[in-house]
Design a protein around this ligand. Structure first.
Ligand code: V47
Length: 367
């Protein structure tokens, strides 16, 4: 037995190492033991094996722009500081012209993706969303638009009085390229009842994601952790994603989102710790054996921890971002944007090869 094997055995994870080496699927019980294991380096070592097998030494980033077209929302989830009721002093909605302006303002930057999400607006018509997509494409024809969470897509289908499939076809026609992973939260009905009772439920979120896959759209998936969910509920969430991916195969990336309590109805809770952030990345990498990528979203866990996460299962740092509002309103303190030089430096220092990608992970440049 070599030194690494005995170190993993001492952490009580020898059988999981054997499964990882044999590319065998881990059970929920294995997941529970990983979460409960106090030896972070042992968990990280295992996750790193999987990361390396799937992505070699590459660590991806993207040149992207975030646009949050409106924060007006009827769901008003307890964990969210972004959503506001119509009429609230901080409520806003962008006109189509304002969305176009946002895109125009950054035409001199080599942005390849626009990430656009918003609240569940009580009044904006279906035509607004189609127009928003078309007008972004009119200003920046080559950009990939990753927009509207599964929750928004269901809302748009309801607004249009059409099936989710038909709605996705129309949105695609208007310029939609893929769906981001938001709105998944924690699928557990208990958590949804306590934190976001008005939101599309977990089964509905998965149904929309799988329909998108069937209509040729890739999607991402998230899990909002570090509030009132249990470890079992995290694992139930990961298991549901893994099963859905087995069926339709259209998920690109999983992004664990660290809960930020400030200005939310759960402001009494503490922020997540570095250990929990890294554990979530690592356990996700190990459990989601059929997901190509795991993202360390630097906006939520900070660039420094995101850099470390590249040795704990993550192979992607998201991108340049700029003007992110959802985390900022909930007390996020990361810088507003990372220049691509900074991203490259962070990745290189972590011992990985920085790879600039497009939304669908086509390699654009290696540094
Ligand atoms: O759906 C809301 C979460 C999500 C808080 O797909 C919060 O590549 C932490 O999904 N603390 C939106 N999180 C962001 C998102 C995302 C971000 C970056 C990349 C991708 C991707 C997706 O943020 C929401 C919700 O789950 N959220 N409030 C909060 N207080």
């Amino acid at each position: 037995m070599n030194a690494i094997d005995s170190f993993i055995k001492q952490a009580g994870l020898g059988d999981i190492l054997a499964k990882v080496q044999a590319s065998e699927r881990l059970s929920r019980e294995d997941g529970l033991r990983l979460y409960q294991c106090p030896d972070l380096l042992a968990i990280g070592y295992l996750a790193n094996l999987v990361r390396e097998r799937k992505n070699g030494n590459q660590a991806f980033f993207i040149y992207n722009q975030h646009i949050n077209y409106s924060n007006i929302c009827t769901n008003l989830c307890k964990f969210c500081a972004f959503g506001k009721e119509k009429g609230h002093e901080l409520a806003y909605e962008m006109s189509i012209e304002q969305i176009k302006d946002k895109v125009r303002q950054r035409l001199d930057e080599p942005i390849t993706e626009i990430h656009m999400v918003g609240g569940i607006h009580p009044e904006l018509p279906y035509s607004y969303y189609l127009e928003a997509l078309r007008s972004i494409k009119a200003v920046r024809p080559d950009v990939h638009i990753q927009a509207f969470t599964c929750v928004e897509i269901q809302h748009l289908a309801d607004l249009a009085g059409k099936s989710v499939g038909e709605t996705l076809e129309e949105l695609k026609e208007a310029g939609l390229g893929s769906l981001p992973g938001g709105g998944a939260e924690v699928f557990s009905p208990r958590i949804r009842e306590l934190t976001c009772p008005k939101k599309l439920d977990g089964a509905g979120w998965l149904r929309v994601a799988q329909t998108a896959h069937q209509y040729g759209l890739k999607t991402n998936a998230t899990m909002l952790y570090g509030h009132i969910e249990t470890i079992d509920e995290r694992l139930e969430h990961l298991d549901a994603l893994r099963q859905a991916q087995d069926e339709t195969g259209g998920f690109l990336t999983f992004i664990p989102l660290a809960f930020h309590p400030k200005n939310t109805a759960l402001a009494n809770l503490s922020r997540t710790t570095g250990i929990d952030d890294l554990k979530n990345i690592a356990v996700a990498r190990l459990m989601l054996d059929n997901f190509p990528h795991i993202k360390a979203y630097w906006v939520m866990i900070g660039p420094k921890l995101a850099q470390v996460a590249l040795s704990f299962g993550a192979d992607d740092m998201d991108g340049t971002v700029k003007e992110e509002i959802i985390t900022r309103m909930a007390g996020g303190e990361s810088e507003q944007a990372l220049g691509h030089k900074t991203l490259i430096r962070l990745i290189k220092e972590a011992g990985r090869e920085p790879v600039e990608r497009d939304t669908l992970y086509k390699v654009l440049a290696r540094y």
